[in-house]
Design a binder for this molecule. Structure first.
Ligand code: EPU
Length: 299
């Protein structure tokens, strides 16, 4: 029998397993159909079992974190979607100025844990809606600062179920991409520096304020849709094309930040893809710049 109808393939897995699980509510865009299977492994052994069965049955799979940088197609995913959300994948510990943190921890919680220990350096991650795993895979950051700047080493599981520690020098980090995306990221050790808690708090507030001032946080979105091309601002180029407010169905270019597409409430993935196509075309015609999506499109 095909894996698509056969829950028995998950025998031995202790974590949560859901069939035809809606994904819309699990993404910040609030768009997308269901996952054939949605699995939250309980621990490392569960994850290993899961990867082994995925390999054995040749099942497509996706790893989801906070769902903040993805566009899922309206028909859903004929695949297994894995989320590392069990308590095993949300551990935080400290070794002097090093923070040892599991990949399922939200970035905001990472920043707050560091602050509680009087450790500074991660404040720029405040307000980024993602998990550590997602942030490492795409090397998330804000102007001039990326999460890779903090990394000492990263513990991963390869798709055969083997665990290894990758030293930073063996990881390729680029603008919004990393060589970690071919692994399941388990945890990382990040290096921070001692600072007074009050000072850390005011740094956090500055980052949150800057984000609130420039970005559209009022409606569902996936953050910046396109990468900044060669140091130029995609938002500025889109804005100069007069595209703020441009709409396709329920998708609209934000009037606040032109590199944000917001969901007016009833957008589907087709609307968003068509609007992205329109934006790309207009920017290419006017500036001869080929915008590349920053968001991941899952179909
Ligand atoms: N700008 C406009 N019109 C707009 C948007 C921006 O003229 O509609 C101008 C701004 O006035 C500014 C320049 O473009 O002079 C840059 O804009 P902003 O400071 O908002 O930064 P950005 O380059 O658009 C990048 C990251 C953001 C990150 C911010 C803050 C990318 C694609 N975007 O945005 O990351 O939060 O810097 O540091 O790298 C994300 O990755 O999802 C994301 C939102």
């Amino acid at each position: 029998m095909s894996w698509r109808k056969n829950l028995k393939i998950f025998k031995g897995i202790k974590g949560k397993i859901k069939f035809q699980e809606p994904l819309k509510g699990r993404t910040t865009f609030k768009v997308g159909g269901p996952a054939k299977f949605f699995v939250e492994p309980k621990d490392l052994n569960d994850l290993k079992l899961l990867l082994n069965l995925i390999k054995r049955h040749k099942i497509p799979f996706f790893l989801i974190g906070r769902g903040s940088n993805i566009l899922i197609n309206d028909n859903g995913l004929n695949a297994i979607v894995i989320r590392l959300n069990a308590s095993y994948f949300k551990r935080v510990s400290f070794e002097n100025n090093l923070l040892n943190i599991s990949s399922g921890v939200l970035l905001n919680n990472l920043v707050l844990s560091a602050k509680e220990h009087g450790l500074s350096g991660a404040e720029f991650l405040s307000g980024i809606p993602g998990t550590l795993g997602g942030a490492l895979a795409m090397n998330a950051g804000v102007k001039g600062k990326n999460i890779s700047d903090l990394v000492k080493d990263v513990t991963v599981m390869d798709y055969n179920g083997n665990t290894k520690v990758l030293d930073k020098k063996n990881i390729v980090f680029r603008y919004r991409q990393s060589s970690l995306s071919g692994y399941v990221i388990l945890s990382a050790r990040i290096g921070l520096a001692k600072m007074d808690k009050k000072q850390i708090s005011s740094k956090i507030n500055r980052y949150l304020k800057a984000r609130k001032l420039s970005q559209d946080l009022s409606r569902p979105s996936a953050g910046c849709v396109f990468k900044n091309p060669n140091g130029r601002s995609a938002g500025r180029l889109i804005d100069l094309c007069g595209l703020k407010g441009a709409k396709v169905g329920g998708a609209c270019v934000s009037g606040r930040h032109a590199n944000f597409i917001v969901n007016l409430g009833n957008a589907n993935s087709k609307d968003i893809l068509r609007l992205m196509g329109l934006v790309k075309k207009r920017v290419r015609n006017r500036f001869s710049v080929n915008l590349e999506p920053e968001i991941k499109i899952w179909r």
